[in-house]
Design a binder for this molecule. Structure first.
Ligand code: GLN
Length: 455
């Protein structure tokens, strides 16, 4: 098939599903079709390994000349003047960006209900959330609009929506993928990754966006393996799997636990060994994360002041008033909550009690993982304690929403790579359930291999 046919097919499916699902904030139809036509005319170059493949991009990632909003009113008409490095890499590989997907404003949330524009629906059941914050990307893949969509994961925002939508979501090791041009939420946690239909696509696409970037000093100067070409199902034989008791505990819904336990049994039947371990500081992860991530966010979000970017309030009296009105009108409730929490935690007099203490907890959590990885190849457990929940269930109670990420946040605290893999369906509500697979730093291959063997 031609690039034009593929791209047209993608827009056709978007038009079929979008009224219901609402996954996109901006479509890139004209430019995408132009790019496809050019590709069809020039023929495929050797290094265009993704030639003509349509993908979608979370609206947290800058795209030159194409509206980029972070789902915030404060950026509602913002058009970046450059591409994020990941977008440059994908252009280079010949793939085609069909549009920008919805999210929780500035990636703060777990349901996409915090979007400044609209909620996205879960294609499996339109009365339920798609998860978040990469809910638009997950829903676009689940609805069959695209085979792959970019997401970002600061505390679970790729893995949890992947779990809720029955697709593969991979957050690589911190530093594996450049963050240049990715709107900053909590810079020491943020990582870009892919939501895809299957494992092999994910591995192939990840290779295309990974690698050192001199624009991002935290990007890792390490060779990028050919994950997809190296996929090895047989390596599950003898694989040492650790299952933390915290990841299969009573706090996890029974229907989710059932699916996860069955998946673990399947690994055993494939020749893996399974032992129960403990990550004892798991329960402190959420509290420490909300101090640290909000502190970083309060600093990163200072730049939205009505002068430099996007939206500016009308009717201001003086400079200070521009700042105050712009931020009051431009930011949503959850973003304001984080800015206040972060500013408070960093303020003189509270810094030691909050920020410093949370930073120490972060170290303890990383040490928990290091210790388990001395004896095991991968860690497995649930991605999330529940399946996709109904709209309105958690949005009125922020701590309830925060607790949703108890099993994904520790991974970001330690900077580890982790995937959510479709493991089956809940007997209670028929919704998809994800198995989380966590790997050693820069050992994405073992995760991909294990996932490929299951699939
Ligand atoms: N739900 C978490 C938060 O609201 C994580 C979000 C994310 O990974 N971007 O911060």
């Amino acid at each position: 098939v031609s690039a034009t046919e593929l791209t047209k097919e993608s827009f056709k499916q978007i038009k079929n599903t979008e009224d219901d699902v609402q996954a996109f904030l901006t479509l890139n139809e004209e430019a995408a079709l132009k790019q496809a036509a050019a590709l069809d005319q020039s023929g495929i170059q050797d290094d265009q390994i993704l030639a003509g493949i349509p993908f979608a991009t979370k609206d947290m990632i800058s795209t030159k000349g194409l509206r980029t909003t972070a789902a915030s009113k404060i950026l509602k008409d913002f058009k970046p003047i450059y591409n994020a490095t990941v977008i440059e890499n994908l252009n280079h590989a010949g793939s085609i960006n069909v549009g920008k997907t919805n999210l929780d404003e500035f990636a703060m949330g777990s349901s996409t209900e915090n979007s400044g524009f609209k909620p996205t629906k879960n294609p499996w059941d339109l009365t339920r959330v798609p998860g978040g914050s990469s809910g638009g990307s997950a829903a676009a893949v689940a609805a069959g609009d695209v085979l792959a969509a970019l997401g970002t994961d600061t505390g679970g925002s790729i893995r949890q929506p992947a779990s809720f939508n029955g697709i593969v979501g991979m957050k690589p090791t911190y530093g594996r993928v450049s963050r240049w041009g990715v709107i900053a939420f909590a810079s020491s946690f943020d990582q870009v990754g892919w939501l895809t239909k299957n494992v092999k696509d994910n591995a192939l696409l990840m290779e295309a966006i990974s690698g050192v970037d001199h624009h991002d000093m935290t990007s890792a100067n390490r060779p990028v393996p050919h994950w997809a070409a190296n996929l090895d199902q047989a390596s599950v034989k003898g694989l040492k799997i650790a299952v933390p008791e915290e990841y299969v505990s009573d706090a996890i819904d029974e229907d989710v636990r059932e699916v996860v336990q069955a998946a673990l049994k399947h690994y055993e039947s494939l020749g893996a060994t399974i032992d129960t371990v403990s990550l004892p500081h798991t329960k402190y992860g959420v509290s420490a994360y909300y101090i640290l991530a909000s502190s970083e966010a309060s600093s990163n979000l200072q730049r939205y002041d009505g002068i430099r970017y996007g939206f500016r309030a009308d009717d201001f009296k003086n400079l200070e008033d521009v700042y105050v009105r712009t931020r009051t009108e431009g930011f949503g409730e959850e973003v304001k909550r984080r800015i206040m929490l972060g500013t408070f935690s960093l303020s003189a007099g509270f810094y030691d009690a909050y920020f410093n203490k949370a930073a120490k907890v972060r170290r303890l959590i990383a040490d928990d993982f290091n210790k388990v990885f001395e004896d095991y190849d991968v860690i497995m457990g649930a991605t999330d304690a529940s399946t996709a929940f109904p709209f309105g269930d958690k949005i009125t109670d922020p701590t309830k929403m925060y607790m949703n990420d108890v099993l994904t946040i520790p991974v970001n605290m330690a900077g580890l790579p982790a995937m959510s893999l479709p493991a089956g369906f809940s007997k209670k509500d028929g919704m998809p359930v994800g198995l989380q697979i966590i790997g050693k730093p820069f050992d994405e291959q073992t995760i991909y291999d294990a996932a490929y063997a299951f699939e």
